[in-house]
Design a protein around this ligand. Structure first.
Ligand code: ADP
Ligand code: MG
Length: 343
């Protein structure tokens, strides 16, 4: 095998049980070298435990973990070519930004001049070159997060573990950092393993996503695969709005009682009785709830015969007042049947 074909990190049937709690319950995956890989799941689904197992802060109850083709059994954290960025940054408050970043080199007793030069390179990379003399308390949340990144990258680890690193930032800053982090990962070419409970964040940043649920993987795939072809009802519901229809109501719409999901932005609203294009699924119902979101609006439509569908429609030519006035109106829904995802 050529080196790049060896997975950066590989789990084979890994378990980590705490008494009765199966924090990680038979997990297998291969993370490609250089990949931006996200572990996405709700709180308590085993994400942090997976990272701790990779970093070596914790040991599996059963199963095998390899890093770059090497066994991790008995290998302590400091001998693994892995570094971690935590949500709370864990910067040293009494040290300058420069010293915080250089810390990993200081521990390795790298020559002082080299420490400075490389720390400055890192600070330039995260756009903080002129802040090296400050203390962490004199920085904003986003700047502190960048310092934590620079500090984690200075030892040039081959794998960087990030545990909800943007969780403490407000929405605007988080969105900006998502773009920056992704660009940075491309630039340095290091494997990123990114833990988040935020589905949008995972979709924006990842090459591939593993969706976790109570210690198990529900699906691994690219953002497009996860969103457009969710493998389970859990994935359909956790990543985006699921619009799950089952049983009789599914049969009325598709002719088969196989459960299916359809994404809200695929559905178009029209007047009742309006003919729909060839190849469409249709349903009629009443708008029971409507939320104006600025660029788009979200409608909850109670279907005749049971069930409901959420529809998201861009506000192309509807005003906020028109959107609000649609509450209680009867509508016909239509969508291309190819958007149905059987579950
Ligand atoms: P996540 O990061 O997805 O929120 P965790 O990996 O932290 O989830 O936790 C997964 C499950 O394992 C949770 O039910 C948690 O309570 C449990 N757990 C984690 N660490 C320990 C521990 N040291 N002792 C007992 N239970 C733990
Ligand atoms: Mg966690």
């Amino acid at each position: 095998m050529v080196e790049s074909e060896v997975p950066a990190v590989s789990f084979t049937n890994v378990h980590r049980h705490f008494g009765m709690v199966r924090a990680v319950d038979g997990v297998s995956f291969d993370i490609v070298d250089g990949e931006f890989f996200s572990i996405l799941g709700p709180s308590g689904s085993g994400k942090t435990t997976c990272l701790r197992l990779i970093a070596g802060f914790d040991q599996p109850t059963a199963g095998r973990i390899m890093i770059h083709g090497q066994t991790t059994r008995g290998v302590p954290p400091y001998e693994r070519d892995v570094n971690t960025v935590f949500q709370d940054y864990a910067l040293f408050p009494h040290m300058t930004v420069m010293d915080n970043v250089a810390y990993g080199l200081m521990v390795k007793k790298v020559a002082k001049a080299d420490q400075r030069r490389r720390a400055l390179e890192m600070l330039e990379m995260v756009k903080l070159a002129d802040m090296g003399g400050r203390k962490p308390a004199q920085l904003s949340g986003g700047q502190r997060q960048r310092v934590a990144l620079a500090r984690a990258l200075i030892n040039r680890p081959r794998v960087l573990l990030l545990d909800e690193p943007l969780g403490a930032l407000d929405l605007k800053l988080r969105q900006q950092m998502q773009i920056e982090l992704k660009a940075l990962q491309r630039q340095v070419g290091i494997t990123f393993i990114y833990v988040t409970h935020d589905q949008e964040e995972a979709l924006i940043m990842s090459d591939r996503i593993a969706v976790f649920n109570v210690g198990r993987i529900e699906q691994i795939g690219t953002p497009g695969e996860i969103y457009e072809r969710p493998a389970t009802a859990f994935v359909a519901g956790f990543v985006g709005v699921s619009n799950l229809l089952t049983g009789e109501i599914a049969a009325r719409i598709t002719g088969s009682n196989t459960a299916f999901s359809v994404r809200p932005e695929k559905i178009r609203l029209a007047e009742p009785g309006n003919p729909a294009p060839e190849g469409s699924c249709t349903a009629e119902g009443e708008i029971h709830n409507v939320v104006y979101l600025g660029a788009a609006s979200r409608y909850v439509v109670a279907l005749d015969g049971g069930g409901e569908l959420i529809v998201i429609e861009q506000n192309l030519d509807k005003s906020a007042a028109q959107v609000a006035a649609s509450l209680g109106q009867r509508v016909r829904l239509a969508w291309d049947r190819r958007h149905n995802q059987p579950l």
